[in-house]
Design a protein around this ligand. Structure first.
Ligand code: ADP
Ligand code: MG
Length: 475
């Protein structure tokens, strides 16, 4: 079989995926495209200069090993950085940079300087001395890094945010786009970056604004016929933090004005931090040229916090509020509110309030009532029936097939997965699980659970089934 760029890169990816966390793989390797294979040189396209730097800094060894496996010791890697001209009216251009393995790369003549100096933009409208006008940063000092607890779910975003705070405008994280679901800490992290910058660089003008307020201001400026003043106000900011930019969807005028402000700030080495409840690819009705700007720097996701992080967040909150709560109640809360830190905090506050108003002790019963109020709308009863339904749907079979006596491998596997999740998510006994999933006995269920455990640590495809189903069942 002849090797192609895709086939070689595909094999490298399989190797790389086995050697790093899935989060890292998703962040740094999935966006790469293999473009060309010339003898021993594989060209890959990366989304930004930052990407290239990060890969070189963190994964160069892994890349080298994987590429050598495919192409031998003479293997070369060529990066192609996709960038677009800042003015948006010229063709995108490409840069090729040799990999860090420079000794082997000497004959590679495609390297071009990375810096494209854009001419300094003199803005005729900025009144001299306007920098002396104090701009209130609108930051909430309670949202700091110190009380933004770290966990697997937020490590990338948090550390990128911290890097930005140390060197605003001076890293490749520009813009830094923080995205993730409701109540996972986007606003908190956005403020924390701003607060930290204010502390380290008091002379810098930092501004936090929600996209909603930005839109209102813009509309107001159009009405009052001072759109230019509006733009110029934003152009003198050193660090601009815009929260919930998904709200710019469908608002062409606001997007257009934001595009110009963004370009101006970016060209002048100012830092832009954005948050969104969606990944850039999922943002609807946002103009392409603006979306592509969002991808220039780093998009970092905030995921659902894991159990330990939830416990830590609860304890930290209680500590700050000077409240004590029994350990079993803390665990109960962490076990029952999983997908939204704001809900978790809400439940704690409500629990404290109830107990102090009614002079009652904080008990598990009270906690249960409150949690029901908080997660009623999102919580779905996980029953064995429901599990069978979800598993069957996932494998595109019906529940009868899943329960049937057949020994066909994919059906057996589906059945075993259903048993495994029934054990995991319900309190039912092995015997009762067996009788509900196709009249099997408890030994069969036990065997199923062991098989799933084994397969998910040895078989990657199977592992994916387990993870996918887990997600579906815990939504
Ligand atoms: P979002 O903007 O993503 O909807 P917020 O930033 O408003 O979420 O966060 C919701 C609540 O959860 C806030 O009170 C915030 O302080 C808290 N929170 C989120 N993440 C963390 C964390 N890692 N550590 C401590 N508190 C957090
Ligand atoms: Mg928010």
């Amino acid at each position: 079989m002849t090797k192609t760029a895709e086939s070689v890169w595909g094999n490298c990816l399989t190797f790389i995926e086995d050697n790093i966390s899935s989060q890292a793989y998703k962040t740094w390797f999935e966006p790469i495209k293999a473009v060309k294979l010339n003898d021993n040189a594989l060209s890959i396209q990366v989304p930004s200069k930052f990407f290239y730097e990060w890969l070189e800094e963190h994964y160069v060894k892994l890349l080298k090993v994987s590429l050598t496996r495919e192409l031998g010791t003479k293997a070369k890697l060529v990066y192609i950085i996709k960038m677009e001209n800042t003015y948006g009216n010229k063709q995108p251009f490409t840069e090729k940079i040799p990999s860090a393995n420079r000794s082997q790369m000497r004959d590679q003549e495609v390297s071009v300087p990375l810096k494209h100096k854009s001419p300094e933009l003199k803005n005729p409208f900025v009144i001299p001395g306007i920098r002396n006008v104090k701009i209130e940063s609108q930051l909430n000092p309670n949202y700091s890094f110190e009380n933004f607890l770290e966990g697997d779910s937020n490590r990338l975003a948090r550390s990128a945010g911290y890097a930005v705070a140390n060197k605003p405008g001076g890293t490749s994280f520009n813009p830094l786009l923080i995205f993730g679901g409701v109540g996972l800490g986007k606003t908190h992290l956005g403020h924390a970056i701003g607060v930290e910058i204010k502390e380290k660089y008091p002379e810098k003008t930092v501004l936090y604004i929600s996209a909603e307020k930005f839109t209102q201001q813009y509309i107001e400026s159009v009405k009052k016929n001072n759109r230019n003043d509006f733009i110029h106000f934003y152009q003198i900011i050193d660090v601009l933090i815009v929260d919930d930019i998904q709200l710019l969807s469908g608002k062409a005028g606001t997007q257009d004005v934001f595009f110009h402000i963004f370009n101006h700030l970016h060209q002048n080495g100012k830092q832009v931090i954005l948050t969104s409840d969606k990944a850039p690819v999922d943002m609807m009705d946002i103009e392409q040229r603006l979306l592509s700007r969002f991808k220039w720097g780093l998009s970092a996701e905030l995921n659902h916090p894991d159990y330990d992080t939830r416990i830590a967040i609860i304890k930290n909150k209680l500590y700050r509020d000077g409240v004590e709560m029994p350990e079993d109640i803390i665990e109960f809360l962490a076990n029952n509110i999983k997908t939204n830190i704001r809900e978790l905090e809400g439940a704690i506050i409500s629990l404290i309030a109830h107990s102090s108003f009614n002079r009652k002790e904080i008990t598990i019963d009270l906690a249960k009532k409150i949690v029901d109020n908080y997660v009623k709308h999102t919580k779905r009863e996980v029953s064995i029936d429901y599990i069978q339904k979800v598993v069957s749907e996932y494998f595109q079979m019906d529940v009868d097939t899943l329960q049937s006596k057949t020994r066909k491998r994919h059906i057996v596997q589906a059945r075993q997965l259903a048993m495994f999740f029934a054990k995991k998510f319900t309190k039912a006994s092995l015997a009762s699980i067996g009788s509900q999933i196709g009249q099997r006995d408890h030994a069969t269920v036990l065997h199923a659970c062991k098989t799933v455990d084994n397969l998910s640590s040895t078989d990657k495809q199977f592992r994916k089934y387990v993870d996918d189903l887990n997600k579906k069942l815990t939504l």
